[in-house]
Ligand binder design. Structure first.
Ligand code: NAD
Ligand code: WQD
Length: 347
């Protein structure tokens, strides 16, 4: 039994990863301040996995006393570090908050890990560090060129972790650069439940489908893509979760980075069409002005992780939209929906 500290374990990707870890016999300790999640997510994690997490420490990762207590209270073998703020637009308005939460917290986490002889780290990075690139598909040799404080915070963290691994050879870490994680756990117990108006296309579309919002605005119909709308590499959140579990088993020495994507691009209208076909629900969608900062196409070259670990994403677009809809239908109000209402498999 290995004990893994999961920071941000109640969040979208963190909660799905906790289930994956529990199902593979890891003990899981979570630190989360619930600033962008609900404690309900962890209740659902335990129900989905059929066993409890070892401990929850509610609080801010920047709180040094809390961090010390966490490492002193559990025999932690490895850390998966998800906790961060992730809204690109908000990061432009609140750069110092983003650097504080995303970068400073990572530095204190590394210090505390080293002080307690914990030497294995999996870090949440993002395809957003590649910035305004025209390269398609993108492999890890693409020079990062982040264009906003959020993306820069992830790029800074990668560098900080790489420098720490150089200085402390006992430390080993990987940064996983996720492309566009979507979908939900197949049980319908867990899914994406953003606070306020969703920034991302998939949760927005789910809220349109369930009737909470009147229409999906498609940002830009004049991009140089097949149907004029932006193309992204959507990846099922359970594949992202699986990638973290596999990464834990592969940590051996030094620092490395890997894309987590499928290598398959889907346009916004393609995503809408796939959802309508798989779930038999019509989405009112209207093409509007472009959103500032969007690039026409972002698609991963997933070859490096396939070559190094033999790892590939296993879910297709049909599973992504089906599982996202299954969660939304069973939980029309997200995690506010009573647990007893949620059961069953996706149809
Ligand atoms: P999320 O907001 O759902 O999860 C983040 C979790 O961290 C939340 O539970 C939040 O309450 C917690 N948290 C935030 N600040 C904290 C703090 N100071 N102390 C303690 N807990 C704190 O986000 P997510 O989509 O699950 O993303 C997880 C990670 O993956 C983030 O680092 C994000 O930048 C990265 N990422 C996400 C995506 C995506 O599209 N979802 C893509 C690439 C990378
Ligand atoms: C996808 C496409 C939009 C909403 C973001 C972050 C990135 C990473 C992944 C964290 C784009 C279009 C969107 C809507 C739309 N996250 N869209 N209507 O921008 O590719 O990436 O999530 O690291 O950093 O920037 O994802 O879901 O916001 O947008 O038409 O209401 O959907 O213009 O083309 P994005 P997204």
């Amino acid at each position: 039994m290995t004990t893994v500290l999961v920071t941000g374990g109640a969040g979208f990707i963190g909660s799905h990863t906790c289930v994956e870890l529990l199902e593979h016999d890891y003990d899981v300790v979570v630190v989360d301040d619930f600033s962008n999640s609900s404690p309900q997510a962890l209740t659902r994690v335990e129900k989905a996995a059929g066993r409890p997490i070892a401990a929850l420490h509610e609080g801010d990762l920047r709180d040094g006393t809390l961090l010390k207590r966490v490492f002193e209270s559990h025999p932690i073998d490895a850390v998966i570090h998800f906790a961060a703020k992730k809204a690109v637009g908000e990061s432009v308005a609140l750069p110092l908050e983003y650097y504080d939460i995303n970068v400073s917290a990572t530095t204190s986490l590394l210090r505390t890990m080293l002080a307690h002889d914990v030497h294995r780290l999996v870090f949440s990075s993002s395809c957003s560090i590649y910035g305004q690139t025209e390269t398609v598909p993108l492999d890890e040799t693409e020079p990062p060129s982040p264009t906003n404080p959020y993306a820069r915070s992830k790029w800074f963290c990668e560098n900080i972790i790489a420098d720490a691994c150089l200085r402390y050879p006992e430390l080993t870490a990987v940064a996983l650069r996720y492309f566009n994680p979507v979908g939900a756990h197949a049980s319908g117990l867990l899914g994406e439940d953003p606070r306020g108006v969703p920034n991302n296309v998939m949760p927005y579309m789910m809220q349109v489908a369930i009737g909470r919002r009147p229409e999906l605005q498609v940002f830009g119909g004049d991009y140089p893509t097949e149907d004029g709308t932006c193309v992204r590499d959507y990846i099922h959140v359970m594949d992202v979760a699986d990638g973290h579990r596999v990464a834990l088993g592969r940590l051996s020495s030094g620092f490395d980075v890997f894309n987590l994507g499928t290598g398959i691009g889907t346009s916004v209208l393609g995503l809408v069409g796939a959802f309508e076909e798989a779930c038999d629900v019509t989405i009112p969608a209207r093409v509007v002005e472009r959103r500032a900062g969007d690039v026409p196409k972002l698609i991963a070259d997933p070859g490096k992780v396939a070559g190094a670990w033999g790892w590939r994403a296993g879910h297709d677009l049909h599973a992504m939209v089906r599982d996202a809809w299954h969660f939304q239908r069973l939980n029309p109000d997200g995690y506010e929906t009573e647990l007893s209402l949620t059961s069953g498999s996706p149809s």
